[in-house]
Design a protein around this ligand. Structure first.
Ligand code: SF4
Length: 64
């Protein structure tokens, strides 16, 4: 399982603030948005779930 971020991300920074080990705001050329960094996602699962719940535009989800 890996967290993924959809195009609806508005780069608010909430996920990065909650779990900087996994989420990072990056300039994607056309827009700023959060990206998922390589990490042990199971180890950070609780914080990732917190970020998922806190995202204002529901841009974060788990992918198999
Ligand atoms: S919390 Fe949601 S909208 Fe905010 S940066 Fe993260 S993915 Fe984007």
């Amino acid at each position: 399982m890996k967290p993924v971020i959809s195009e609806t991300c508005i780069a608010c920074g909430t996920c990065e603030a909650l779990c900087p080990e996994v989420f990072k705001i990056e300039d994607q050329g056309d827009k700023m948005m959060a990206v998922v960094q390589p990490a042990d996602y199971q180890k950070h699962k609780d914080k990732i779930d917190e970020a998922l719940a806190a995202c204002p535009v529901q841009a974060i989800s788990w992918e198999e």
